[in-house]
Design a protein around this ligand. Structure first.
Ligand code: DGP
Length: 114
């Protein structure tokens, strides 16, 4: 999508601080980090929200989580622990409508989330 911020990152028109990339996903540091380590993992294909996922996306969703696991390991937060979050629509706080998995670590996390 031409007007999607994250699609522009996939296309190389905007250059985030990339920490991981493969054929299916791109991962980069969040511009407004909510923890010492805050990375976003996105699919390279445009999917607006979790509500738009179909069974055909099952493998791609798995790839997002496997990328998050690798990033957490590489960033040294796998053993202490980390949080994975995917917000869906406005009431959950989604602000960019291209699905993204937040990978947050480096500090204790509270529950329930705000
Ligand atoms: P969400 O609120 O769940 O849709 O998360 C969107 C995240 O995207 C938010 O944590 C901030 C991040 N973000 C927004 N614009 C940019 C940007 O231009 N660059 C980077 N690296 N992150 C961005």
């Amino acid at each position: 999508m031409t007007d999607c911020l994250f699609c522009k990152m996939v296309a190389g028109e905007i250059k985030p601080d990339i920490v991981f990339e493969n054929d299916e996903v791109l991962a980069f540091r969040d511009v407004h980090p909510q923890a010492p380590m805050h990375v976003l993992v996105i699919p390279k294909t445009h999917i607006s929200t979790v509500n738009d996922l179909t069974p055909e996306h099952a493998s791609l969703v798995g790839s997002l989580y496997l990328a998050a696991q690798k990033i957490a390991t590489d960033e040294g937060v796998a053993e202490p622990g980390y949080r994975l979050v995917m917000n869906c629509n406005s009431e959950a706080g989604q602000s960019v409508y291209h699905i993204h998995l937040h990978v947050l670590g480096g500090r204790p996390m509270a529950w329930p989330p705000g």
